[in-house]
Design a protein around this ligand. Structure first.
Ligand code: ATP
Length: 230
């Protein structure tokens, strides 16, 4: 559903991505793994249309979106789950859930959200920022699903969460995958990545240095941890 070919990106004169190719299929979970500064965030920003100093091509659902601005890519079905979670502090959980525009017929209803995220159902009248980190992460994911996005791009969904909450996020990702939504995760937590994804791209200095299916990734988990320093 998403395919980028020969993506290069710059910040002024400094090149941050070099001829990167990535692909995410329907119902596929793919991670971008690499050290700080490897280019993971830049790559996702290029895919969703937020970084414009770029060359190469991006296609989404068989449409060339290379020149499409970010808001149109969102309308076409790309859902961005940011690392700061982007929750509106002055709104309740339910108001946060009612806010996103619907972009497709697969948009989750409030009922579906509350069934899949009982944690949010219990907190529907609570202010957005009174939530725990895990609940905020769930709200950010649920909001993207409310739009009907068919591809979710997530920035380190496991970051800063207790192991029991990380396990819950893993469960949620699997549940979303089962609906056919494609998921691209920036993930520094190799162990989490290995338990949730089908495929992994290793980035180093703005280049994809390896593409691994999950069995190879798991087999090399120790080595990857050591060599990547992540
Ligand atoms: N706004 C910016 N201006 C100039 N250079 C930038 C900017 N943002 C990122 N860079 C540079 O681009 C390169 C890739 O950074 P990027 O943030 O994409 O990496 P990352 O893998 O996401 O790292 P992190 O995990 O720390 O977010 C780095 O060399 C970084 O210094």
């Amino acid at each position: 559903m998403l395919e980028a070919t020969g993506l290069s990106a710059w910040y002024g004169e400094a090149q941050a991505l070099h001829e990167v190719d990535v692909r995410v299929g329907e119902g596929e979970v793919v991670t971008l793994v690499g050290r700080n500064g490897a280019g993971k965030t830049t790559l996702v920003r290029c895919l969703i249309g937020l970084h414009r100093q770029v060359s190469g091509a991006v296609s989404f659902l068989d449409r060339d979106v290379t020149r499409m601005p970010a808001h149109q890519r969102a309308r076409a079905g790309m859902g961005w789950v940011q690392d700061d979670r982007g929750i509106y502090a002055s709104l309740t959980v339910e108001e946060n859930l009612l806010l996103p525009p619907t972009v497709s017929g697969r948009a989750w209803t409030l009922k579906q959200v509350y069934e899949a995220f009982p944690e949010l159902a219990g907190r529907r009248k609570a202010g957005g920022t009174t939530l725990s980190g895990g609940e905020q992460q769930m709200l950010a994911i649920a909001r993207a699903l409310r739009t009907g996005a068919c591809l979710l791009l997530m920035d380190e969904p496991s970051e800063g969460l207790a192991p029991v909450v990380v396990a819950r996020i893993r469960e949620i990702i699997r549940q979303i995958k089962a609906t056919g939504v494609g998921i691209l995760l920036i993930e520094q937590n190799v162990t989490f990545a290995a338990t949730v994804a089908d495929r992994h791209y290793l980035l180093s200095q703005g280049r994809i240095v390896e593409t691994l299916d999950n069995s190879d990734f798991r087999r090399r988990e120790g080595e990857l941890l050591k060599h990547l320093g992540i």
